[in-house]
Design a protein. Sequence first.
Length: 164
Amino acid sequence: MIDEDGFRHGVGIVLVNAKRQVFLAKRIGKDAWQFPQGGMQSSETPEEAMLRELKEEIGLHPEDVKILTSTKRWLRYRLPKRLVRKNSMPLCIGQKQKWYLLRMLNEDSRIDLAATDSPEFDSWAWVSYWYPLTQVISFKRRVYTLAMKEFARVVLSRKFWEME
C-alpha cells in the first residue's frame, strides 16, 4: 500500500525482554541488522500487520508478547535514490511506519526465524537498548531514533517491571 506521496505503509517492531534488552535480527546473507518490520496489506490495520509480521519474520504469536504501546504518529524514511525502483508504479520513495513496542512473555525458544518458506533473517540477538542505533543502515537511523526515544519512557520506567 503506497500513499499519494510515494510512501509505502508499514510497521516496525521493537521487542524487549525482561532484562530491557531489544531483539535485533540479521538479514540473510548480509551484515545488516534490524528490527522486524514489514509492509501493510490494504485490508489490514497497523496492529494486524504488526502481528502478521511478528509471526512471519520471527515466529511469535500474540500470546508470546504483550503490546505495551505504539508511536503516536507515523514515522517516515526516504530510500536512497539508488534504491528507488524507478520502473515500478506507483513509485515508492520510502516507508511510512507505525512502530510497536512489545514485551516478550515466553521463552526465547519460541523465536523461529524459519517460520515461513522465505525467511528474512539468519540470526538474532538480545542487545542493549540503544545498541541498534549504531547498527542499523544509515537511512533508517532517524526513524529508529525517534521510535526508541518515544519508547524509552516505557522501557526505562519503574512501571516496566509491572507490565508482565
